[in-house]
Design a protein around this ligand. Structure first.
Ligand SMILES: *[C@@H]1O[C@H](CO)[C@@H](O)[C@H](O)[C@H]1NC(C)=O
Length: 749
């Protein structure tokens, strides 16, 4: 192999005009060598205090164990990048890079695109790009494309010769060469290779396996640093969603000492740090394995694979699958997304640590770290770990809202129906009153009519009587007048006899010769004549008296006739008046009857309305009763759901739910040791629907802070979203559904 190495060196010299450093291996176990040749570039934060310019380390195993930056001696050299300013260092890097270049060139087990070995430190005395957000950006010769891909500065011809993609430009006329592999097989030995899904798409079922070989072959590549850790950056990652939390499409990793969880779904932006056995001692192939089940699904990925040298300051601490090196940021469970819906996105069988480097905050090392749930914009749920299926609190709460609305509506309907009934009853009462009045009017008018009719009959009866009286009076008058005429004839005859007698008397008197001494005869004759006159006078007087009596009788009879005539006229007038009264009463009676009929109709109509309103009220009351029962049931369900959810949102590992001792936060939980809320309520385990250490029912999340360092969380889920049956030493737990995991913003303070 040594021969081969020299041969390769010779070729390399022809290609790029650089010498191979065959002596580098001799210095392999010295700290100086590591610093000078193996890019132990301190990451920026630690550099200011813990620059490992003289690591007190004797071998790679110790390097691995001692990588936690806090154990390192303080730094007294301010410029950590100083070594790169010296020509001799730069030339050593060139040499190292060139050796790798040869490895890539001749390692033709792989397609050229896969074996392109970015020339990690081709001559560049200064970094080409520096991105403070990128993990360990300061790698001499490394560069970043405008789209954020990591690459290596090489001459353009070299990049295209080995299948790299030139992107933007480096200094000294070089290009930023991006290395990628897009097949479902192959082996990666080159740092910062991008594994991308085949552009032709992924067939299903199928398996895509990429081997990662952290090579430390001292013969072929003597300056290859031993690799202790692999960092996977999921630039993009989409596979089928899990079924009830269990991945059907799977992404698994083998060959690492870190047990990576099986993941699937949406994981763009996520990363994994994977410890590997030091490649200098027990080189092991690491396999990245996609297994796709039959069925339609979007499947694409772009995974950056970084090989991290043992002893680097930027390695993740032991057993930290995820490692965050900024003072604030966002940490999400795998497959968490800000999307609406009730699909289960939480993955089963997760069991890993998430670690946070202690950062400088305002020039002081952070003393605590606070966590709060992410704000969501698209209807996502920032925290749900273990949500009981049958008593989903959110669903139950929604049912309560609906039932409350229904009850309110039913009550409104009842109120309206009752108002309608009251109105109808008032109308009925009024109509009944009107009917009574109308009926009374009918009675009254009827009585008036009868009375008038009786009066008419009476008046009519008086007319013949008056007529008879008149006839009688007229007969009496006629008789009285006849008597008067007779008496007046008698008087006239008596008066004539008197005149005759008086004439005879005068004659007798005249016949006396000597009026002084009437003779006897003469006296006798005068006396006789006188007697006749006296007698005639008596007759006249009697006749006169008879005439007077007859006249009086005639006058009386005349008065009677007049009176009878008046009485008849009065009787006839009374008949006429009575008839008028009868006619008027008759009209009033008819009108009253019509009014009574109308009133009866109104009563009937009002009664119908009352009956209908009564039915409506009864129906509305039934509806209210039903709605009330539904609300009560919904409230009970909600209370149970809240109780269950609360029992599952707390600190404990068991709670009495519906009388059964039930596991809570025992199978799926986020462990944040010593986390406290603002009121110093403390809990280690978090699950349920809220990030909250409260032991009472809660539905809201609160920020929690920890001061236990190093800052760390553990995420653990069991293998099922189904119920866990009670068993020996097994607490039962209800089934879950709709869990999505967590999204938390962290902030060191
Ligand atoms: C691989 O690249 C990263 C930068 O992405 C760098 O920090 C690391 O040192 C490189 N690994 C090796 C073995 O050079």
């Amino acid at each position: 192999m040594a021969t081969l190495y020299f041969l390769l060196c010779a070729i390399l010299i022809l290609q790029v005009g650089r010498a191979c450093d065959v002596h580098a291996e001799e210095d392999l176990h010295t700290g100086d060598f590591l610093v000078k040749n193996y890019e132990m570039i301190p990451e920026v934060w630690n550099a200011h205090r813990y620059h490992p310019i003289r690591p007190l380390l004797s071998d790679y195993n110790n390097l691995y164990e001692s990588r936690t930056p806090f154990t390192r001696p303080p730094l007294d050299v301010i410029n950590p990048f100083k070594k790169y300013l010296f020509k001799s260092d730069a030339e050593e890097e060139n040499t190292q890079a060139e050796n790798r270049f040869i490895l890539g060139l001749f390692n033709n087990r792989f397609p050229s695109a896969n074996t392109w070995r970015p020339l990690a430190n081709l001559p560049n005395r200064f970094p080409i790009s520096y991105n403070p957000n990128f993990n360990n950006p300061y790698t001499p010769g490394s560069c970043m494309s405008p789209s954020g891909e990591s690459g290596i500065c090489t001459p353009g011809s070299v990049c295209s010769l080995f299948g790299g993609r030139p992107r933007s430009s480096c200094s000294f006329g070089k290009v930023c060469c991006i290395n990628s592999i897009t097949s479902c097989s192959g082996t990666v030995t080159l740092n910062n290779t991008y594994w991308q899904s085949p552009s032709t798409g992924v067939s299903a079922p199928s398996t895509c396996v990429l081997k990662v070989r952290p090579v430390a072959n001292k013969v072929v590549e003597p300056l290859q640093k031993p690799i202790c850790q692999i960092r996977l950056d999921f630039v993009s990652f989409t596979t089928a969603q899990p079924a009830a939390g269990t991945c059907t499409d799977t992404f698994t990793v083998t060959g690492t000492t870190t047990i990576a969880p099986t993941i699937c779904g949406e994981n763009g932006g996520q990363h994994m740090y994977l410890d590997v056995p030091s490649s200098s001692l027990t080189p092991t192939d690491v396999q990245l394995i996609f297994n796709f089940v039959p069925g339609m699904a979007t499947r694409s990925w772009n995974i950056k694979i970084a090989l991290l040298p043992c002893g680097a300051t930027y390695l993740a601490p032991a057993d930290c699958l995820q490692y965050f090196t900024a003072a604030s940021g966002r940490v999400k469970s795998f497959n968490w997304q800000d999307v609406a819906g009730t699909a289960t996105r939480q993955l089963n069988n997760q069991n890993y640590n998430i670690c946070f480097r202690t950062e400088l905050v305002s020039s002081q090392r952070a003393t605590q770290m606070c966590l709060s749930i992410c704000a969501v914009a698209n209807g996502g749920d920032a925290f749900s770990i273990t949500t009981p299926t049958g008593t989903d609190a959110a669903t139950a709460a929604a049912a309560v809202v609906t039932a409350t609305t229904n009850l309110a509506n039913a009550r409104t309907t009842l109120t309206n129906a009752q108002a309608t009934l009251a109105t109808a009853q008032t109308t009925l009462a009024n109509a009944q009153t009107a009917l009574t009045t109308a009926q009374e009017t009918v009675t009254t008018t009827q009585a008036t009519l009868t009375a008038a009719q009786n009066a008419l009959v009476t008046a009519q009866a008086a007319v013949p009587v008056a007529e008879a009286a008149l006839t009688t009076a007229q007969g009496a008058l006629t008789n009285a007048q006849t008597t008067l005429t007779t008496a007046q004839g008698t008087l006239t005859a008596a008066q004539a006899a008197l005149v005759t007698a008086q004439t005879d008397l005068a004659t007798a008197n005249a016949a006396v010769v000597d009026p002084a001494n009437p003779t006897a005869v003469e006296t006798a004759a005068i006396a006789a004549a006188q007697a006749v006159v006296d007698a005639a006078q008596i007759v006249v007087n009697d006749a006169q008296a008879a005439v007077t009596t007859a006249e009086t009788a005639a006058n009386t009879a005349q008065t009677d006739v007049n009176n009878a005539q008046t009485a008849l006229t009065n009787a006839q007038t009374a008949v006429t008046d009575a008839q008028t009264t009868v006619d008027t009463a008759q009209i009033a009676a008819v009108n009253a009857q019509t009014a009574a009929t109308d009133a009866q109709t109104a009563v009937d109509t009002a009664q119908t309305d009352v009956n209908n309103a009564q039915v409506a009220v009864t129906d509305a009351q039934t509806a209210v009763t039903t709605a009330q029962a539904a609300l009560t049931a919904a409230q009970i369900a909600a209370a149970n759901a809240v109780a269950s959810a609360a029992a599952l949102s707390g600190v404990g590992t068991s709670a009495i739910v519906n009388g059964v001792n039930t596991a809570t936060c025992l199978y799926d939980f986020l462990l944040i040791a010593g986390a406290r809320d603002s009121t110093n309520v403390e809990a280690d385990r978090y699950c349920g629907n809220a990030l909250n250490p409260a032991t009472t029912p809660v539905a809201t999340s609160v920020p929690v802070c920890i001061s236990v360092k190093p800052f760390k969380m553990t995420y653990r889920t069991d293998g099922t979203e189904g119920a866990v049956a009670a068993g020996v030493n097994v607490l039962p737990a209800p089934a879950d559904s709709g869990n999505v995991g967590f999204c938390l913003d962290y902030q060191e303070k």
